[in-house]
Design a protein around this ligand. Structure first.
Ligand SMILES: Cc1cc2nc3c(=O)[nH]c(=O)nc-3n(C[C@H](O)[C@H](O)[C@H](O)COP(=O)(O)O)c2cc1C
Ligand code: SF4
Length: 435
């Protein structure tokens, strides 16, 4: 099975091992082509972002203005704070040079001379691995001013590591930029988008760690090679982080389009005690949950999961067996989003707290059937009405878990006379994943 971002090569984090396996030859190849050629190849490869929204990487790069007097920047998103997601840190530890090489190629393509790698501050171990690799790359002349001599090119690039203070919201692209600028990590209203008004008001591209790590093999092997792997509309491999009730939790790099059941049973070793699966969240805790009795034939790629009523998100697959208390799960997830809400906009700030209050009531045994409708109504009124997508991230698990497991939730509440509950009042922002 093809491994693109986490090749099974011992000690790949060491620069000598990386070089012995063809490392830093893709960037040399890229420098012999024009930046537009590189963007064109990445576009044709079909590479889509691995940070959650699965947006075309090449298309995003093409939004960067060509003629501007302002400096341009690349931000690499390694905040990785979505519950259930633990794959970017594997790259920082095991294949940091491929990420560095990907950064150099991306910067060359978009015309950026500075890149910031934003890593959640608590990830000390992974920051240490990545810093060591970056220092080695500088010492060997692959990064910084020495690039001129090393590659015989005018293009140079500086790469800085920026440690986040540890907040989920810092992973949202516009708050990540505010955080780098030394401000409070409040998301910005969009438009303008980062390519127009990014870091310090200058054109900026933001991509996930895994997205950028895919770039060197695409340049080395050609876009046609990449486009043939996995599902045509979402090609390549994905680092699936499988957690919860499985015998072998871990990160599995597999082609897009792999069956969810194959991932759970063949790779993650199935469910302990051969219990039935009650629920699976396929892309990190913010994605709509799927029923365990409806997993057959579901493929793990953006289009297939959308058709199944969920989304690929960060590829963090959370498996829950038949004995799981879904009310507890939903309460815990909601508590997370309530805690991580930056508080900037009312529907998210107030709505997450309101949903948590209702769920705690249900958990204590005092909930009513009416509370379930109320939860859906509150979730509907958060979704699409907030500055950033954290609002949707908080709303989707509540709305879809209750809708899809209504029978289960009904057994945990007291039936009372139904009261009329408000429908969705309006929507200001289009959902990232129209369901
Ligand atoms: C609340 C919130 C948290 C996010 N956290 C992350 C994160 O930790 N890492 C990440 O790559 N993207 C995260 N994203 C998505 C980013 O805003 C952005 O879309 C992504 O970094 C773009 O990279 P990609 O196109 O390569 O996927 C988050 C989005 C939201 C709304
Ligand atoms: S949706 Fe939530 S996290 Fe995002 S800006 Fe509004 S309050 Fe902050």
């Amino acid at each position: 099975m093809e491994k693109i971002v986490l090749p099974e090569i011992k000690d790949m984090h060491l620069i000598d091992v990386y070089l012995a396996n063809g490392g830093y030859s893709s960037v040399k190849k890229a420098f012999n082509q024009t930046p537009d050629d590189i963007i064109d190849q990445v576009k044709k490869s079909g590479l889509r972002g691995r940070g959650g929204a699965a947006f075309s990487a090449g298309l995003k790069w093409s939004f960067m203005p060509k003629s501007t007097t302002k400096p341009k920047y690349l931000c690499v998103n390694g905040d990785e704070s979505e519950p259930g997601s633990f794959k970017d840190r594997q790259i920082l530890e095991h294949n940091p040079h491929q990420l560095i090489e990907g950064i150099l190629i991306t910067c060359y393509a978009i015309g950026a001379k500075i890149a910031y790698v934003y890593i959640r501050g608590e990830y000390h171990k992974f920051i240490n691995f990545f810093s060591k690799a970056l220092n080695d790359a500088y010492e060997h002349g692959f990064v910084g001013d020495a690039m001129r001599e090393k590659f015989g090119t005018d293009f140079t690039c500086q790469i800085y590591i920026h440690k986040g203070a540890g907040a989920y919201i810092c992973g949202e692209e516009s708050s990540l930029m505010n955080s780098i600028e030394g401000k409070r990590a409040y998301p910005r209203v969009k438009p303008p988008f980062p390519a127009q008004y990014g870091l310090w008001g200058c054109p900026t591209t933001i991509n996930n760690v895994e997205t950028i790590t895919n770039v060197p093999p695409i340049i080395a092997n050609g876009w046609e090679w990449f486009a043939k792997i996995g599902e045509p509309k979402h090609p390549g491999t994905i680092l699936f982080g499988v957690s919860g009730h499985v015998n072998k939790p871990g990160v599995y790099e597999l082609p897009t389009g792999t069956l969810l059941t194959e991932l759970i049973y063949n790779y993650a070793g199935g469910v302990p005690g051969n219990k039935k699966i009650l629920c699976v969240i396929p892309g990190g805790s913010s994605m709509p949950p799927l029923r365990g009795d409806q997993l057959e034939e579901i493929k793990m790629d953006a289009e297939s999961l959308k058709a199944a009523g969920s989304a690929i998100g960060t590829g963090g697959v959370m498996v829950m067996d038949e004995d799981t208390d879904l009310v507890k799960v939903l309460t815990r997830i909601t508590k997370f989003y309530y805690h991580e809400s930056c508080g900037q906009c009312t529907p998210c700030r107030e709505g997450t707290g309101w949903m948590l209050k209702i769920l705690n009531r249900i958990l204590s045994g005092s909930g009513s059937s009416n509370d379930l409708d109320l939860l859906i109504s509150v979730a509907n009124n958060i979704e699409g009405n907030t500055v950033c997508a954290l609002g949707d991230a908080a709303a989707w698990p509540v709305k879809y878990m209750i809708e899809r497991f209504r029978d289960y939730f009904e057994t945990r509440v007291n039936t009372v006379t139904k009261l009329p509950i408000a429908n969705k009042v309006h929507s200001l922002r289009k959902s990232v994943i129209p369901l």
